[in-house]
Write a protein that binds this ligand. Structure first.
Ligand code: SD4
Length: 327
């Protein structure tokens, strides 16, 4: 079904209710001629407001979306109270902080790093991989060596708080229960559209707390936790990364938006896939945020505790996401 340009009027104004309008019938996009109706940035989880605001300020000052999302994500990487990103991120089961990140621009360029130790701004490292090498992904020791050769600072990322949390977890000797819960989330996935209507996105995380050393999540996997196609839109993911990877969540969402599904509907379809995969009813959470090329956004999660931030000309606010099931 073809729709008029008016149908592309942003629905973010209704986001105050926490739910966006969803359409059950796919509607066709106009391909690359669809233009952004304004500056916008969206991110995963409600405590990333400082990041969306920084990103939005830079968009307003005329920066492109890549510069803006990198700077916005760096705010979260610097924040020791965010225990899932950068400095202060919870360590793995050996007490070592290992970081994952990915970045994509409007030309389909991508960069990512995984299992990186002692480098705070892994979003910038992912950008360096994208812009200064012919590769997309560097991991572990190699990624660190590349960082040091490119003037990134080596530092201890474990704070007193995160060390204490790790010691407490170890002391309890509990089996690794990795559900991304209200106490164990806040991976930042962020998308933005700039003045030229160009979209970029990025993700940065310390991953699941107490993970096995060497475990890599979805965040640095292009197509899983991040995908941007400037003709259609982009998506970012958070939650139990194994499930996001197994269902290629963000690529799926962008392809569903290409087919004409609304951003929220596309996120819901990806959540349905996760739900279907989770036959044994494991205690997991997955959340997606999608932004369409014309500035319409949507979010959906498996369970209720997911939230997102949205900054645009109407302000910078957090909202509860729509969700798939309660139990
Ligand atoms: C991971 N997706 O490493 C990340 C965790 C996360 O908020 O999103 N936490 O699986």
């Amino acid at each position: 079904m073809k729709i008029s340009r008016r149908s592309f009027v942003r629905t973010s104004a209704v986001a105050g209710a926490g739910l966006l309008m969803s359409q059950s019938t796919p509607q066709k996009l106009f391909g690359s001629i669809v233009k952004s109706s304004g500056l916008i940035t969206v991110s995963t989880w409600e405590n990333t407001l400082k990041s969306t605001w920084r990103t939005f300020e830079l968009l307003q000052s005329g920066k492109n979306s890549l510069d803006a999302i990198e700077a916005g994500i760096m705010v979260a990487e610097d924040d020791p109270t965010n225990t899932t990103v950068g400095y202060g991120g919870f360590p793995d089961e050996d007490g070592i902080v290992t970081l994952d990140a990915s970045i994509m621009d409007w030309n389909g360029n991508a960069g990512s790093v995984a299992a990186v130790e002692n480098i705070r701004h892994v979003i910038s490292l992912a950008r360096s991989v994208m812009q200064t090498t012919k590769h997309v992904m560097l991991v572990g020791e190699g990624a660190k060596k590349f960082a040091l050769a490119n003037n990134f600072k080596e530092e201890d990322l474990l704070t007193e708080k995160s060390r204490a949390a790790w010691e407490e977890w170890k002391g309890k000797n509990i089996k690794n229960n990795n559900r991304v819960s209200p106490n164990n989330h806040d991976t930042i996935g962020l998308l933005a559209i700039d003045r030229d209507g160009n979209m970029s996105g990025g993700v940065s995380t310390s991953g699941m707390a107490w993970k096995i050393h060497g475990r890599v999540g979805d965040s640095p996997i292009i197509g899983a936790a991040l995908f941007v196609d400037n003709e259609v839109g982009g998506a970012v993911a958070t939650g139990n990364g194994e499930w996001v990877m197994r269902s290629c969540g963000c690529f799926l969402i962008v392809e569903k938006m290409r087919e004409g599904y609304s951003p929220e509907e596309a996120c819901k379809i990806a959540i349905e896939r996760v739900n279907k995969l989770n036959k044994n009813g494991e205690d997991i959470q997955v959340g997606y945020v999608a932004l369409r090329k014309d500035g319409v956004m949507g979010a959906h999660s498996l369970y209720p505790d997911f939230s997102y931030c949205l900054a645009d000309k109407n302000g910078n606010k957090s909202y509860k996401s729509a969700f798939y099931r309660t139990k």
